[in-house]
Design a protein. Structure first.
Length: 363
C-alpha cells in the first residue's frame, strides 16, 4: 500500500488519447482538441464559454487583465490561499487587500469583505478553499451593491456546487487549474469560464498573442502566450471522461474521514455554509490539541501517511507583508493547526480508513 496525498490519476485511457493526438499531428497549439476540451468543460459547468490557458495562475492573470484591473486599483482577496491567487494582482499593478478567514468554513468572511471596501476597490477575488464553496449569495450581494467585479478562484473546487450551481460560474469570470495535483489534470493548464461572449472572445484573442489571423502575424494589442497545447487538451479530454468517478471517490473519502474521526473532539473539519455542496480537492482539518504539528506529521509519515500543512497566510511572505492592514487571526490559527490529508483518487476507501485508524492511534 502506497498512500498518495494529491497524485494524479492517469492510465490507459489517457495514453490512448495522447497517442492518438500524436498520431494525428496535434502536438502543439495546432489542432481541434483544445477547442473540444474548452467546449466540453464549459458544457459540464452549464456555462456558455471556456477559454483554456497554460495554468490556473495564467487564468487568474488574464481575468484581471480583461476586467481592466490595474494601477491604483484594489482587489479584495483572502489571506488564506495559495500564492497563485494573489501574484496576478501584482502582475497587473493593483493592490491586494487581505481579509481574514471565517473560522468555520475557512473561506472569506463576507463581513470582512464589506468592511474593507474603499473608493479604490474594483474587484473581489474569492477562493473556494480546498473545494469548499464560499457564501456566494452574500458575496454577490456585496459586489452588486458596490459595483464590484467578482472573480472566482475555483482552481480547487471542480465539481462543488452552491445551491445547485457549480462554483466558478457565479462571478464575472471563473478560473480553474489542471495542475498535476488537481482533481483532473492536463499536466499543467487552466481555464477561464464566463457567460459574456464578447469578453470571452477577447480573452481567447489575448491568450493567443493577440493575433489577428486574417492579417497573418498582425497584433493590434499586447497579448500573452497563454495557449494550451493539444497534447494537454487530449489528456484533459480523457480526464473529463473519468471525472464522475473521481468526484464520487472524493465525496466518499470526505464522508469516511468525517465519520471515522467524528468522535475525536480535537479534530475540526471545514464546515459548509448553507447551500454548499463541497467535493473537497483535499480533505483538511485542524488538530486543535496538537502543539507540535511537525511531530504529528513525522509520526504519520512513519506510518506511510503523507500530509501537508495548510496554506500559510499570504501576509506572512516578504513581498506581501507591506499590504497587511489588520491581523488575520483566524487564518493564522488554521495554518498553525491545519493539515491536508491524503485525497488522491489513486487511493482506495480502505486506504482512507487506514489513515483514520492511524490518526486516532497517533492522537
Amino acid at each position: 500500500m502506497k498512500l498518495e496525498l494529491d497524485a494524479p490519476n492517469v492510465g490507459e485511457l489517457e495514453k490512448q488519447y495522447i497517442n492518438d493526438a500524436i498520431d494525428r499531428g496535434f502536438v502543439s497549439t495546432f489542432g481541434p482538441l483544445v477547442a473540444e476540451f474548452e467546449e466540453k468543460f464549459a458544457a459540464l459547468l452549464n456555462i456558455k464559454n471556456g477559454v483554456s490557458a497554460q495554468s490556473g495562475t495564467a487564468a487568474i492573470h488574464i481575468a484581471l487583465h480583461e476586467l481592466g484591473i490595474g494601477k491604483d486599483d484594489e482587489v479584495i482577496v483572502p489571506a488564506s490561499t495559495f500564492i497563485a491567487t494573489v501574484n496576478p494582482i501584482i502582475y497587473v499593478g493593483a493592490k491586494p487587500v487581505f481579509v481574514d478567514a471565517d473560522l468555520n468554513t475557512w473561506n472569506m468572511d463576507p463581513w470582512a469583505i464589506e468592511k474593507n471596501i474603499t473608493k479604490k476597490t474594483k474587484a473581489i477575488l474569492l477562493v473556494h478553499l480546498y473545494g469548499n464553496p464560499c457564501d456566494m449569495d452574500a458575496i454577490m450581494k456585496i459586489a452588486k451593491k458596490n459595483k464590484l467585479f467578482v472573480i472566482e478562484d475555483a482552481t480547487e473546487s471542480l465539481g462543488s456546487k452552491y445551491k445547485g450551481k457549480y462554483t466558478g460560474t457565479f462571478g464575472d469570470l471563473g478560473c480553474f487549474s489542471f495542475n498535476g495535483n488537481k482533481t483532473i489534470t492536463t499536466g499543467g493548464g487552466g481555464m477561464v469560464v464566463g457567460n459574456d461572449e464578447e469578453r470571452m472572445a477577447h480573452i481567447k484573442f489575448l491568450v493567443n498573442q493577440a493575433r489577428e489571423d486574417k492579417k497573418g502575424y498582425y497584433h493590434p494589442e499586447v497579448g500573452f502566450n497563454y495557449r494550451m497545447t493539444n497534447i494537454e487538451a487530449a489528456l484533459g479530454l480523457a480526464q473529463l471522461e473519468r471525472l464522475g468517478a473521481f468526484l464520487s471517490k472524493k465525496r466518499s473519502f470526505v464522508q469516511i474521514y468525517r465519520s471515522e474521526l467524528k468522535k475525536v473532539p480535537a479534530i475540526r473539519f471545514q464546515e459548509e455554509c448553507d447551500g454548499a455542496e463541497s467535493i473537497p480537492w483535499l480533505t483538511c482539518a485542524t488538530f486543535e490539541s496538537i502543539t507540535d504539528m511537525d511531530l504529528l506529521q513525522k509520526k504519520l509519515k512513519e506510518k506511510g501517511i503523507p500530509t501537508r500543512r495548510v496554506f500559510m497566510p499570504i501576509t506572512n511572505f516578504p513581498p506581501y507583508k507591506k499590504f497587511k492592514i489588520e491581523e488575520c487571526a483566524n487564518a493564522e490559527h488554521i495554518y498553525e493547526k491545519g493539515l491536508c490529508l491524503p485525497g488522491s483518487t489513486v487511493n482506495s476507501e480502505d486506504d482512507i480508513r487506514y489513515v483514520c485508524r492511524t490518526i486516532k492511534e497517533v492522537m
